[in-house]
Design a protein around this ligand. Structure first.
Ligand code: ADP
Ligand code: ZN
Ligand code: ZN
Length: 736
């Protein structure tokens, strides 16, 4: 009986069915080369093998396994299926993020490629190739002391790691034929597990570690809430060490690539070669080597990476660490799969029976609520290691400063005075200016009033210069000429960027050395590292940046951090704006005063009494979390509901709007008031295509799986109509 294989291809399309050539030994989970379309050869993944002949005249065959072992384990396949189902995408789209682009055949080079893929991870060692005569040695000692030194060392030790040798001397000795390099496979099983450099924990840290371990007896996930500098990383190291001792694997996730380099060094110092960094800026070749190597590994691996590392084959996964779990960068927004790395990590761990530590100084409201309801165990570290103090917070009113003539450019006098003081003392300064959003909000220059949506509890954003619109439900009001609150001033557009701040600060302090870190200057990993390292070495006095500078970095000489415009954060048109503002400012404050001197934080704002800023002032996470979760509950936002954003794109606005209205109407019949919109976003056209959005808000308790199914069917229904067929629709599950 002929067999058929449903194969996932790295395309939007669902699986395709091929006939399996008899006796070729293809297994479920295998990577195979298949011909698809006229000429294209793709790597596909065999998802299912069955005997049901599909309804087609001609069926292509598959016979070529690419590797001698399936590329995916059954656990991984279940994980992909969960991602595709939950985040409403195809397995092909999951494949595109999950497998490094290089795991694919390249026509005639296939064999060479395969050999390349099979190469185990090796390390070069230098050894003596032949004896060196006494004259030769004497000559070398006089003329080439470096070579002589290396030679003597090799004679003493027998062999040296290539990385330990002076590269120039090594090349010279190899040319002369005295030294050879042998490649040896790195063998993890023989690696030591007594990590001598593991830090000794303080009493408080030890207590937290024990609480985590006992927590794991009862729940899968522990939330470690520890103020910045409390030693969360050191606790992770201890957890990692016990997993490695038991032969397990660890996945250590961080939200941004920029955070991996400082951390990698630190983790490598303890665990050495077992640590593998993984993120999107690593070359495809290297990534695919890593994948193949891990697929063969028998445990003892630590992968330090960003969210895409979730797809690596860690057979013995026992622990997943999600550091800075609150960070919004864990969510992929473009392209599909639009997955939340933290949430996916919890599902992955569940599939593997592994444990999860979510770490943060300021956990997300979602995790806070889950901890409060007993789903997670919470462990708290409230002091910095070594008794270091958290910085002092000063809130500085921009409106009052302007009235008193104590404001220059975008700086209040108090901030300028403090900058000057730090420059004189040779200390460093960080200045935060979050990126000017794509959604400009308006505010009163006199009283700080901002327009908010009465239904959705978010700020309204300006559209077309004269209308204020809610981007969740579409509620709109005309732009007021006079402030409705104080009736005295005009309402004006807010927002300025990092570049502007950099220019202004340069003009105010011409002697200061200033650098900027944002999307524009962070063109590559090395560009980012250069800026960060120069600042670490003290070659820059002031670093101006977007949120990116609030993350993870450990700058010991920073004693002042300034938030240029907290209002920008507080008034972002997002139901998470308040939570995010608190997290960003607290995180940022944590960058200062890590050294001996106590740090200071200056926050400029038009709303000094804003409850979030008062909570920042007191470092009061609990009040913030309590209030925010109450608000979430009353406006039915996550975690009390789930949001699905539906974006539709098309070149013709009229057709698009008609389609969106029809879809919304259909959805309303099924979901009634849970459907918001359609609304036109602030940026309503990208590359000639118009955009319109609908939001679905499903309260928790209702079946979300069923809701997704209905939504999927309705979308198909509408886009099946000939006039709408070319409209692109995108679903973003757990959108904000
Ligand atoms: P967090 O991750 O909570 O921000 P870190 O783990 O980065 O905190 O610790 C902050 C600083 O304190 C680091 O420089 C770290 O090396 C140091 N530190 C924390 N705990 C210890 C410890 N037990 N022994 C030695 N140094 C520690
Ligand atoms: Zn006003
Ligand atoms: Zn609204």
């Amino acid at each position: 009986m002929p067999l058929y294989a449903d194969i996932v291809l790295p395309l939007y399309q669902p699986t395709y069915t091929f006939e399996v050539v008899e006796g070729c030994g293809i297994l479920v989970g295998d990577a195979v080369a298949v011909q698809f379309g006229a000429k294209a050869v793709y790597t596909g993944i065999v998802w299912r093998i069955h005997d049901k002949r599909p309804n087609a005249k001609r069926i292509k065959t598959v016979s070529q396994r690419l590797y001698d072992q399936p590329l995916l384990t059954p656990d991984q396949m279940r994980f992909w299926e969960w991602i595709a189902d939950y985040y409403m995408c195809t397995l092909g789209e999951v494949m595109r993020v999950a497998l490094p682009a290089l795991i694919k055949p390249k026509g005639a080079d296939e064999e060479a490629f395969e050999r390349e893929q099979f190469r185990p991870r090796t390390e070069g060692f230098a050894r003596l190739a032949e004896a060196v005569s006494t004259e030769e040695r004497a000559k070398m000692e006089r003329r080439a002391p470096k070579q002589y030194e290396l030679l003597t060392l090799l004679e003493e030790r027998g062999e040296l790691r290539r990385a330990e040798c002076d590269p120039t001397a090594l090349t010279a000795l190899r040319k002369k034929g005295f030294v050879k390099i042998v490649e040896r496979e790195i063998d993890h099983s023989s690696m030591a597990t007594d990590f001598a450099t593991l830090p000794t924990l303080s009493e408080k840290q030890q207590e937290a570690l024990e609480q985590i371990s006992t927590g794991f007896d009862q729940v899968q996930t522990v939330l470690l809430r520890g103020v910045t500098g409390s030693g969360k990383t050191e606790i992770y190291m201890h957890l990692i060490s016990s997993v490695l001792k038991a032969g397990g694997d660890v996945l250590y996730l961080v939200p941004e690539i920029a955070m991996t380099s400082q951390l990698l060094e630190r983790v490598k110092r303890v665990f050495g070669e077992r640590v593998t960094p993984y993120h999107s800026k690593i070359t495809n070749l290297r990534r695919s080597e890593i994948y193949r190597r891990l697929r063969r590994s028998e445990g003892g691996e630590v992968v330090l990476g960003t969210r895409s590392a979730l797809f690596l084959p860690l057979k013995r996964l026992q622990l997943v660490i999600v550091d800075e779990e609150h960070d919004s960068s864990y969510k992929q927004t473009e392209p599909a799969p639009r997955y939340q790395g933290r949430d996916a990590a919890i599902m992955l761990a569940h599939l593997y029976g592994a444990k999860v530590v979510l770490g943060s100084a300021t956990p997300s409201i979602e995790s806070y609520v889950r901890a409060a309801t007993g789903k997670y165990r919470e462990v708290v570290l409230s002091e910095r290691y070594g008794g270091a103090q958290l910085p002092d917070v000063i809130i500085s009113d921009t409106i009052r400063a302007a009235k008193r003539g104590e404001r220059k450019s975008h700086f209040n006098k108090i901030l300028l005075d403090k900058i000057e003081e730090r420059l004189e003392r040779g200390e460093q300064i960080l200045l935060l200016q979050n990126r000017r959003g794509v959604s400009p909000f308006v505010s009163c220059g006199e009283c700080g009033w901002t327009a908010r949506c009465p239904h959705c509890n978010v700020t309204l954003t300006l559209h077309g210069g004269n209308k204020l619109v809610c981007h969740y439900c579409g509620h709109s009001i005309p732009m007021p000429h006079r402030c409705p609150a104080c009736q005295t001033a005009e309402v004006a557009l807010m927002g300025f960027g990092t570049e502007k701040i950099e220019q202004e600060i340069a003009a105010l302090f011409p002697a200061a050395r200033i650098a900027r870190l944002d999307r524009d200057t962070m063109t590559s990993e090395s560009a980012c590292n250069r800026i960060v390292e120069a600042f670490e070495r003290g070659e820059t006095d002031i670093l101006v940046g977007t949120q990116i500078i609030t993350k993870g970095f450990d700058f010991s000489r920073v004693t002042l951090v300034g938030v240029l415009n907290a209002d920008n954060l507080l008034n972002a048109p997002d139901y998470r704006a308040a939570e995010r503002a608190f997290q960003t400012i607290m995180q940022f404050a944590g960058r200062g005063g890590r050294g001996a001197a106590r740090g200071e934080v200056v926050i400029q704002t038009a709303e000094p009494d804003h409850p979030i800023l008062q909570q920042v002032l007191r470092g009061d996470y609990d009040s913030m979390a309590r209030e925010q979760s109450a608000e979430r509950q009353s406006f039915l936002y996550p975690p009390y509901s789930r949001l699905v954003g539906i974006t539709m794109r098309y070149s013709d606005a009229t057709t698009l709007h008609r389609a969106a209205a029809e879809l919304a109407e259909e959805l309303r019949q099924r979901f009634s008031r849970r459907v918001l919109g359609p609304t036109i976003p602030p940026v309503d056209r990208i590359r000639g295509e118009h955009i319109i959005e609908i939001m679905l808000k499903i309260e928790s308790g209702a079946s979300f799986a069923r809701a997704r199914k209905i939504l999927h069917a309705e979308l198909e229904e509408v886009t099946r109509k000939p006039e709408y067929r070319k409209i692109v629709t995108i679903c973003n599950v757990d959108a904000s």
